[in-house]
Design a protein around this ligand. Structure first.
Ligand code: UDP
Ligand code: MG
Length: 325
């Protein structure tokens, strides 16, 4: 049983890309929330808000600099170029890892209800290492976003990726979970897939999503498609296996065709050449797909190996050697 020291240090990680319209309001609300949490003795005085500027082209960074000058609780990190939401979150969490007991990640537009933070923290003190935020509904999303999200989550499940439907990157991670996450060396990041892969004790908090108040969505269609492609390709080599299965199916059809062709040849009427062409198409097609599937299996395994994912991660260690260190 994990005994948590109360008043842990919280680092709130906020990715920001061209958020000049939203940033000031969000910073105000987040600082107010942080004060509230301190007053309720839920987090320590050393708790911070980390803004990660994902290579913004507008005034975002100077706003962060200003906030940093004025408030002790603010930390600013800035990317040299736009590396995407997932990288910004990861960078913030990895920076926080050395200083905090747990992090909460939240979008800069504060579409996610910040009042759910108390619930996240309660779950943490109850011994959970990762607390997922799951949105109550998608009412505030456009039809297009709702539809694409549903298709995406269904595909992910079909491909065997263990991911919460409607989960967002609003979540709490303990220092231990962050440590485990830091062992994942892959470059194409899909946190919603990697984090459930870590294991450890987890829990879920439901929260409301509000419409964006300031500015526009920074998730362009291209960014959404890239994220979905990263999600699918980084967790599954099932598509390759489907090629293999298709090859076997084509070969089977090929063999049935041989029987059919013999039947037609002797008992039916056939144009000369029909039988040989048809049989060779099916058999050769099958052989080609099957070979591609086999080659793909090796390529797929190679791909999984290159990620150098950790084979295991210790949840706890009971050893006297550890104590003496
Ligand atoms: N974001 C980012 N880099 C990007 C795109 C977005 O850091 O390349 C941040 C953005 O500033 C916001 C969060 O990711 O804090 C979510 O983006 P947004 O609210 O625009 O997405 P939506 O809510 O429309 O899905
Ligand atoms: Mg948003």
């Amino acid at each position: 049983m994990t005994v948590r020291k109360k008043m842990g240090t919280l680092y709130i990680v906020v990715p920001c890309y061209n958020e000049e319209e939203a940033l000031e309001e969000s910073a105000k609300s987040l600082m107010k929330k942080l004060e509230e949490l301190k007053e309720k003795s839920l987090v320590s005085e050393k708790s911070r808000i980390v803004f990660v500027d994902d290579g913004s082209k507008d005034q975002t960074w100077s706003l962060i600099e200003n906030l940093y000058q004025k408030h002790e609780s603010i930390i600013g990190l800035r990317f040299a170029h736009n590396r995407g939401h997932q990288n910004a979150i990861l960078a913030g969490m990895m920076y926080a890892k050395g200083f905090c007991d747990f992090t909460i990640t939240i979008d800069a537009d504060l579409q996610q209800d910040i009042n759910a933070m108390e619930l996240f923290i309660e779950e943490y003190y109850a011994g959970n290492e990762i607390v997922y935020g799951v949105r109550n509904s998608r009412d505030t999303d456009s039809f297009f976003k709702k539809f694409t999200a549903t298709v995406f989550y269904k595909t992910m499940h079909f491909l065997g990726c263990n991911i919460y439907g409607n989960s967002a990157d609003y979540r709490l991670m303990s220092a231990k979970a962050l440590d485990a996450l830091s062992e994942y060396g892959e470059v194409n990041l899909f946190l919603r897939g990697i984090i459930p892969d870590i294991g450890l004790k987890t829990s879920v908090v439901h929260f409301e999503v509000f419409p964006r108040m300031q500015g526009e969505s920074k998730y362009s269609l291209t960014k959404m498609v890239t994220l979905a492609a990263d999600g699918i390709t980084s967790f599954s080599i099932k598509p390759i296996r489907m090629v293999f299965a298709l090859g076997i199916l084509a070969l089977l059809v090929g063999f049935i065709m041989i029987i059919h062709v013999f039947y037609e040849h002797y008992f039916g009427t056939t144009v000369s050449g029909w039988s040989s062409i048809l049989v060779s198409i099916w058999l050769l097609g099958g052989a080609v797909l099957l070979s591609l599937g086999i080659i793909g299996e090796y390529v797929g395994r190679n791909y999984m190996e290159t990620k150098k994912r950790p084979r295991y991660y210790f949840w706890d260690v009971l050893s006297r050697e550890e104590e003496n260190e």
